[in-house]
Design a protein around this ligand. Structure first.
Ligand SMILES: [Mg+2]
Length: 284
């Protein structure tokens, strides 16, 4: 727990001294234009680096300062991007710094090792889901039955593991998400609302389980985490220390844990604050 390293000593040395940093991506490290929250005067706005292009258009950004700091974090720790994105969605992101050896996609459904999904982990996940929750088809059928086309924009499944809806959030009736969560809970599914997306994810499909497996393989002595949504709560709880930004589902619901620092900044500036926190906590 007390293992500290310096910038001169890459903390990928012996077992136990390695610091693993598992961070969520969207609205934690990278931000869409709508999520940037640039509410300062335009002439004071930070310069941005685009790290994702989708259908020929820029989609996700971080500040140039955050980019420099993130590259340093990736050089000095075992940095593990830990996302609910599918592998395909993750592949569009080009973060600064060395390409991470490990990444967690699909909310823990896939561990990428040098860009390839680990087959042993896939098998483990299949077994865990078969035993631990109602089938995806049942959840999809319920979503189709209860979501109203008046505000439902898209209905998607991710990697055959979980489902999400893209909605016109302003038109979703009060209480609909809570009702969905109440239906899903006893069936072993959890519901998370993030921006325009409503996720339904098996409770046993967690970022923390996949990160624990990466920690085991790398011999990490300490794990640090960062995230903004309900799907990051287990990741933060399982880490030795962590932080969350001033925006997002966790901040909005007042979620807290003794070893998780609630940072104050919102939007892309929070991204910068998060990387600074992680660097400091890693002792880099
Ligand atoms: Mg997020």
């Amino acid at each position: 727990m007390n293992a500290r390293t310096t910038a001169d000593t890459p903390n990928t040395g012996g077992a136990g001294s390695t610091v693993l940093v598992a961070s969520d991506l969207d609205r934690t490290l990278i931000y869409s234009a709508a999520a940037l929250g640039l509410d300062m005067p335009d002439d004071l706005a930070p310069r941005l680096l685009c790290v994702e292009v989708y259908q020929g258009k820029p989609l996700s950004y971080l500040t140039e300062t955050a980019a420099v700091l993130l590259a340093e974090l990736a050089r000095t720790t075992v940095f593990v991007p830990t996302t609910t994105r599918t592998r395909e969605q993750y592949a569009r992101i080009h973060l600064p710094g060395p390409r991470p050896e490990f990444a967690v996609c699909a909310n823990g459904g896939h561990i990428l090792v040098d860009g390839k999904s680990d087959p042993d982990w896939q098998q483990h996940v299949r077994r865990t889901l078969a035993a631990g929750c109602a089938p995806l088809a049942e959840v999809r059928a319920h979503l189709s039955r209860t979501a109203d086309p008046a505000w439902l924009l898209k209905e998607r499944t991710a990697e055959d593991l979980f489902a999400y809806l893209v909605v016109d959030r302003a038109r979703v009736p009060d209480g609909w998400v809570d009702e969905l969560a109440a239906w899903a809970g006893p069936r072993g599914w959890t519901v998370s609302l993030q921006g325009r997306k409503v996720y339904a994810v098996p409770k046993v499909l967690t970022k923390s389980a996949a990160v624990a497996e990466v920690a085991r393989r790398t011999g990490a002595g300490r794990t640090l985490a960062a995230g903004d949504s309900l799907l990051d709560a287990d990741l933060l709880l399982a880490a030795d220390a962590g932080c969350r930004p001033g925006h997002g589902e966790l901040a909005d619901t007042g979620w807290q844990a003794p070893h998780v620092t609630a940072l104050g900044r919102r939007g892309a500036e929070a991204g910068e604050e998060i990387v600074r926190f992680l660097l400091r906590a890693a002792g880099a």
